[in-house]
Structures are given as C-alpha cells and as structure tokens.
Ligand binder design. Structure first.
Ligand SMILES: *[C@@H]1O[C@H](CO)[C@@H](O)[C@H](O)[C@H]1NC(C)=O
Ligand SMILES: *[C@@H]1O[C@H](CO)[C@@H](O)[C@H](O)[C@H]1NC(C)=O
Ligand SMILES: *[C@@H]1O[C@H](CO)[C@@H](O)[C@H](O)[C@H]1NC(C)=O
Ligand SMILES: *[C@@H]1O[C@H](CO)[C@@H](O)[C@H](O)[C@H]1NC(C)=O
Ligand SMILES: *[C@@H]1O[C@H](CO)[C@@H](O)[C@H](O)[C@H]1NC(C)=O
Length: 413
C-alpha cells in the first residue's frame, strides 16, 4: 500500500498534477488515461478515454470535462468515457479531457490530458477554393446535390480532385464530374442523395481530396446546413388576372416537404409602359394590388422558406406572365392595318396611274413620265417611314421588357 502511494505520488509529480485534498479524508482526482482521437467518418472524430485506474472507487459522481480546442472551441461535460464530434479536420483537431469529481456537491477537477490529430499532408495552396454547394428537392421527394469549386493555385496541372459527401452515416463519392480546360474536376452532381428532405438543420459534409504525381494535395472539408443551401423550387400554378382595377395573383407552394406556412414569396411587377418595377414580399399564396389597367405588366414570383427553417437560396423566378393591355398584339394589329391601307393606296395609285397613262398615251406618244417615278418613290418612302414608326414602337415595348428582366437579374441573390 505504501509502495502504491509512492508510485502514485511519483506518477502525479511527473504529470505535474497536484492531488486534491478534500475534507479530512484525502480525495484525489486523477486525470483519465489513454485519451485517444480517431477519425470515425468524414469530418467526424471519436474521442475516447479510460477512467484512471487509480481513482478511488466510487461513492462519488465522476464526470468528464471535455474541451475541444481546434478547429472550433467547445466545452461540455459527460458521464460517458467517449463522444463523437463533427468538425472539419483538414487543419487538424485538438482536444483535452479531465476528470470531475463531485463530493458533497463540491466539484473537484483533475489535470487535463490532451490529444491531437495532425492535419493531413499537403500545401494549403493545393486545396480547392471557392467551394459552394446547393441541393434541391425533386418531384419524387428525393434530394439532388450540386457543388462547384476552383482548383487550388498551388495545385499542379495533373491534379485530380475527388469529392465525397457524408450525410449522417452515409458517405458517397461523386460519380458525375464536370471538368475544366485542363481536365481537372471542378464540379459535381449527385442526381440522388441520401439527404432527407424532411430533416431540419442536418449537416451535409463535403470532403474534397486529390492526387498528383508531383506533390501531396491537401484535402478540404466543409460543413453545410442542408436547409441553408437548399435551392428552393419555383412556385407552382401561378395565375394572374384582372378584376376591375385590381390585379389578382394566386399560386401554390413549391415542391417541398415543408408546409405552406414555411414559405415567403417575392412578387415582381414591372410596368412595361414606364419600366417602373416593384418587388413585394408576400407571405400568403395570393396577392391583390390596385394597378393602372391601361398599362401592360409583367409578373414573376419566387419562393424561399424561412419561418420553419433557415432561409435557403431563393428559387428561380416563375415564368413571365402578362396582364393588362396587350401591347404586342396591338402593334401587330396596327401594323396589319397599316399594311392593308398602304397596299390599298398603292393599288389605287397604280390603277389611277394606269388610267392616266392610258388616256395620255391616247393623246400623246408614250414617253417615260418622271412624275410617276416620283409618285412611286414617294409612296415607298411614305410606307417605310410608317413601318419604322411601328417597329420603333415594338422595339420600345421589348426594350421595356429587357429593362424589366435586366433589373430582375441584378436583384437575384
Ligand atoms: C492504456 O493503454 C495501454 C497501452 O495501449 C494499455 O496497456 C492499458 O491497459 C490501457 N489502460 C487502460 C486503463 O485501459
Ligand atoms: C460513501 O460515502 C459515505 C458518506 O458519504 C461513507 O460513509 C461511505 O463509507 C462511502 N462508501 C464508500 C464505499 O466509499
Ligand atoms: C473566390 O473566393 C474569393 C474569396 O472568397 C473571391 O474573392 C473570389 O472572387 C472568388 N473567385 C471566384 C472566381 O468566384
Ligand atoms: C480521399 O478521401 C477518401 C475518403 O476519405 C479516401 O478513401 C481516399 O483514399 C482519398 N483519396 C486520396 C487520393 O487521398
Ligand atoms: C396545378 O394545376 C394542375 C392542373 O390545373 C393540377 O393538376 C395540379 O394539381 C396543380 N398543382 C398544384 C400544386 O396545385
């Protein structure tokens, strides 16, 4: 027993630990042993340790204090002797653990024991950059995933990148890459994934590593909240119509497993006459607005979820719908009328000219009449001018539409 005490004392002093003295009885608190970190999945660490065999059993409540130091500081305590943590590991991982002893509601702490995972080899410049991902829910309630990235500045030309995603316990490598000019993978699509569209705030882990003949390619990991990178689907069955002086619009929520209440919409209205545009936020599935019914409007709607979860990426805009006076048809009708009038007048002119020619040719020998030529060119010129006017009008109309859509593109994201 005395030997044991001496041994313990030696062990403690070599570990720079002061044994804790408690009350009259000596209660010593020893740090856990065999603290080990292992990578259990992509961006997942399994931390485990053993109770110190020298810890006196066992009237006391033993807990463990765990502190994650890098990459993201975190502190928690647990009764267990293991835990799992999700974290990006490309810059390594370090943590420490100590024993907590609760004696008569007083907490005593042991020294820390530390553990570390070294970063994987490779120059950080060889890692991909500008990784961005999005997912969307398909019609069959499956989820697709799409990621893009740029090759690292320090990556040799022969670098091949590989992308993996992990969702909960499921890990899969990309099978469908898109390459750049140098034949390096820079984009990946998963038409179907194990991502559950009904889950909230679960993580999608992306891991991209690579290989090259010349150097080690440093892997990179990124964690994405599944809802925050969801590209929301477009609102469905959008209808717009006029009711007296009001514009009425209705639509259905996008394809999604979230209920209707989770969505908000942006309603885009562009006056094609003036080019005046408005974007209004709407949280219901219909909308009424007083408008100037003598103008033609283009309407588009897009959706996002936000109340029930993190906001995702705004959906694309719905197809353009128009209400109000149909300018395009009007100008076509106007053009047709003009064409009709001008061809009628040409016919008339020709008939009159022929008649005059006929009479004149009877009175005089046939000679070319410069007056006719003048008349012809006059009528042609006249017709062209009118055509221009109507073209100009049409162009103005489509200019307003271009103006509307260009503003729209600017305001996306
Ligand atoms: C700690 O690890 C060592 C060697 O790996 C082993 O011999 C020892 O039994 C372990 N201690 C405990 C308490 O499991
Ligand atoms: C447990 O604690 C009580 C007092 O809190 C003490 O009387 C008893 O001896 C302890 N038992 C052991 C096995 O340490
Ligand atoms: C990549 O990301 C950097 C910093 O985030 C940014 O400045 C740069 O414009 C991005 N490059 C491209 C091509 O998107
Ligand atoms: C890339 O990562 C995957 C998953 O961890 C691993 O199986 C594979 O061997 C790695 N490839 C390279 C080239 O490091
Ligand atoms: C959209 O309209 C079509 C046909 O009118 C209908 O079959 C479908 O159920 C509607 N979709 C939604 C989401 O209401």
């Amino acid at each position: 027993m005395a030997n044991m005490r001496i041994l313990m004392f030696l062990w403690i002093t070599t570990n720079m630990v002061q044994p804790s003295i408690f009350h009259a009885e000596e209660v010593q608190v020893f740090p856990p042993v065999n603290f080990t970190l292992t990578v259990s999945a992509l961006a997942e660490v399994f931390l485990h340790w053993k109770p110190n065999p020298n810890q006196e059993p066992n009237n006391y409540t033993i807990r463990y204090d765990v502190e994650i130091i890098t990459p993201v500081p975190e502190e928690y305590d647990t009764k267990k002797t293991h835990s799992f943590r999700t974290a990006v590991l490309h810059n390594g991982f370090s943590a420490r653990v100590r024993t907590l002893l609760l004696v008569d509601d007083v907490e005593r702490k042991s020294a820390w024991v530390s553990g570390e995972l070294k970063p994987p080899p490779g120059d950080p410049e060889t890692s991909v950059t500008n990784l961005s991902c999005s997912n969307y829910v398909n019609i069959y309630n499956t989820v697709s995933l799409h990621c893009t990235w740029l090759p690292g500045k320090g990556a040799p030309e022969d670098t091949e990148y590989f992308l993996f995603y992990r969702y909960k316990t499921y890990t899969e490598e990309c099978q469908d890459y898109i390459k750049d000019k140098l034949d390096r993978n820079i984009e990946c699509r998963f038409p179907r994934t194990h991502i559950d569209p009904e889950e909230v705030d679960d993580l999608i882990i992306i891991h991209i590593n690579g290989s090259s003949k010349y150097t080690a390619i440093k892997p990179i990991q990124q964690l994405f909240n599944q809802n925050a990178i969801e590209k929301v689907n477009v609102p469905r069955n959008v209808t717009v119509f006029l009711q007296q002086n009001d514009l009425l619009a209705k639509w259905e929520k996008p394809i999604s497993s979230f209920p209707k209440e989770c969505f908000e919409y942006e309603f885009y209205l562009c006056n094609l006459k003036s080019g005046h545009k408005q974007i209004m936020k709407v949280s219901s599935n219909d909308f009424r607005l007083r408008i100037d019914v003598t103008c033609r409007y283009s309407i588009q709607i897009r959706a996002n979820h936000y109340i029930c979860r993190k906001r995702g990426f705004w959906s694309d805009w719905s197809e353009i719908l128009y209400v109000g006076e149909n300018k395009q048809e009007n100008s076509i009708a106007w053009f047709l009328a003009l064409l009709c009038v001008s061809s009628c007048s040409i016919a008339l002119l020709v008939a009159v000219t022929c008649k005059i020619n006929h009479v004149w040719s009877k009175l005089f020998p046939p000679i070319p009449t410069p007056r006719n030529k003048f008349k012809d060119s006059y009528s042609n010129g006249y017709e062209r001018a009118r055509t221009c006017t109507s073209e100009t009008e049409t162009e103005l109309g489509s200019f307003a539409e271009d103006f509307c859509s260009s503003i729209l593109e600017d305001s996306v994201f």
